[in-house]
Design a binder for this molecule. Sequence first.
Ligand code: ADP
Ligand code: MG
Length: 344
Amino acid sequence: TISGGPRTIRQLPPNLVNQIAAGEVIERPASVVKELVENSIDAGSHRIEVAIMGGGTESIRISDDGCGMTAEQLPLAVASHATSKLPDDESLFHVSTLGFRGEALASIGSVSQLTIRSRAEGETVGAEIVVRGGVVEPPAPCGCPTGTVIEIKNLFFNTPVRHRFLKTSQTERGHIVEAFTRLALANPQIHFVLTNNNKEIYDLPVTQQWSERIRAFFGGEIGDSLIKVADGSDDIRISGYVADPSVSRGNNRMQYLFLNGRHIRDRSLQHALGEAYRGLLMVGRFPVCFLRLDMPADLIDVNVHPTKLEVRFTDGGRVYGRLLQTLRHQFLKTDMTQRVGPAQ
Ligand code: ADP
Ligand code: MG
């Protein structure tokens, strides 16, 4: 009962801390896919395969051919606040990897059954570690190719509220496809495969042409209407494609923005896009775009949001201005017949 006296203050046990942390980052199966694929990208993989069953509600398996982990590293990898991506305390201010919080595997392991099989480059044998609801078993040797395979089962089995909020396998599958799309769009230099119930959804070979990967996802109508954008006049570089106004959308979901290789949502940049298309689109229509912004890491703070979807620019006004100016400039010199045609 709440009385006037002092309350008991209790230091929470690590497993509960991890479950609370998981609540922030691991909202649904698609969040697992995002975190694990980001790890595979950070590991320098050339090929990443995402195999889900039941839209990710039954199981999720991510296989990569990246640097792998040793048996000694596995218990650390699943521990909270343990990362190989911040070698010293200064690195937080110029993060170049997708991960750095060292929380994803610990969070996922605290709310599921997580199995990691991994073999580091140069090792003759691999190792396996299993985590069930935060309980970590000691690693055991296992045979596997170089790289890492991570499998998640029984997601949210010990967090009934989250489990109840899981939607149908079709809905969860849709969220995974969207997460996969963002990651594969951001990394055309990586071969990506996605299957659901052993049926192929996407098999995307490596390509040098970003437009090819865009076309693989969105088809010819969008692929044929892309207008190339490139501007690298200072330390903010902008490149990619905007689509012809004729393929506008009724919402802004087809505005893909990547900042230093990371997919972001940013209201201010979306506003700049809208401004650039002003007069070209009817009210209520939104442009389609695929744009990469690259800038020195110290112009950005990615440490704002646990999933890093939102970032903060140290000079947001300058980024806004640059994007608007680049697009306006491009529209002025674009002869609308000069698009990326099917031949390219
Ligand atoms: P973070 O990515 O923020 O470092 P994670 O919990 O996602 O935290 O991963 C912890 C660590 O485990 C990583 O820093 C990395 O060293 C290692 N790791 C995770 N996934 C992989 C992988 N697919 N290949 C190689 N190492 C991995
Ligand atoms: Mg990570």
